[in-house]
Design a protein around this ligand. Structure first.
Ligand SMILES: Nc1ncnc2c1ncn2[C@@H]1O[C@H](COP(=O)(O)OP(=O)(O)O)[C@@H](O)[C@H]1O
Ligand SMILES: [Mg+2]
Length: 244
């Protein structure tokens, strides 16, 4: 379980201070997947970095399973925006980077195979399609068998077919592995498709302006349902209103 309590985060100090998150509180239940949407630059990546223990809150608390987060934890993994692959490393080495950083001896063979990357282990990122690169980024995180998975726009800037494929793959992994997830996305349909709740951030400094219950997320046929379209429309109006 993730608990965020009165979290504020500013970069820099004094006149240079950039306030990103302003008194944010929410929690994510064990095994729940929530989506987080908000305008560009409001602080979504910042929040994920803080949840991953990479940056310290200015004020407030982040707890995972009741323990205050101080630095990176073995059971928490982050999928970086644009996959964050190192071009001079092979698919295997990229996928095993998290394991090596954490000093673990495991390999990513099985995880690469479940993501359809078997046979590509010795290729380099430059030789892969964009969708495959994203899958390597996902493999890097899943190879750690995290209990908490933080995802920073893992499907952004993909063509719609590839995006749909990776969305389905992500859902399947969530159902099979049962991790607790936070998915940042600027795609409203994706947020509603995948998140059992959708958290909406305002423009910077971000406050949590809405929490939309969406219990049907992940169910078969949801994408084509009236309820799905209704919620997408509702959130689209809400975000447009805030931009004005
Ligand atoms: N290291 C940093 N130093 C100073 N400002 C930063 C830094 N990283 C991000 N920012 C600023 O903080 C704000 C939030 O950034 P970010 O969390 O990346 O937003 P989002 O992911 O929602 O697009 C932006 O205005 C950005 O320019
Ligand atoms: Mg971002």
């Amino acid at each position: 379980m993730i608990e965020v309590e009165s979290l504020s985060l500013a970069y820099g100090r004094g006149r240079r201070e950039i306030m990103t998150l302003d008194d944010i509180s929410f929690s994510v239940e064990e095994g729940e997947l929530v989506s987080l949407v908000g305008p560009s630059g409001c602080g979504k990546s910042t929040l994920l970095f803080a949840l991953d223990g990479l940056i310290k809150p200015t004020t407030g608390h982040i707890r995972i399973d009741g323990e205050e987060v101080h630095g990176i934890r073995r059971d928490v993994a982050l999928i970086l925006q644009d996959a964050g692959l190192l071009p001079w490393k092979t698919v295997r080495d990229n996928a095993e980077l998290g394991l090596r950083i954490q000093g673990l001896k495991d390999d990513a063979t099985q995880t690469l195979a479940t993501l359809g990357l078997e046979g590509f282990e010795s290729r380099y990122p430059g030789e892969l399609s964009e969708g495959m690169k994203r899958r390597v980024g996902i493999a890097r995180a899943l190879a750690l068998h995290p209990r908490v998975l933080l995802m920073d726009e893992p499907m952004a800037n993909l063509d719609s077919l590839t995006r749909e494929k990776i969305q389905n793959l992500m859902l399947k992994q969530w159902k099979e592995r049962g991790f607790t997830g936070v998915l940042v996305t600027h795609d409203i349909e994706e947020a509603v498709l995948l998140g059992q709740r959708v958290l909406v951030f305002s423009p910077r400094p971000a406050v949590l302006s809405e929490v939309l219950a969406n219990p049907e997320a992940g169910m078969a046929e949801y994408r084509g349902s009236e309820k799905f379209s209704e919620r997408v429309r509702y959130l689209r109006d809400k975000l447009q209103e805030e931009e004005e």
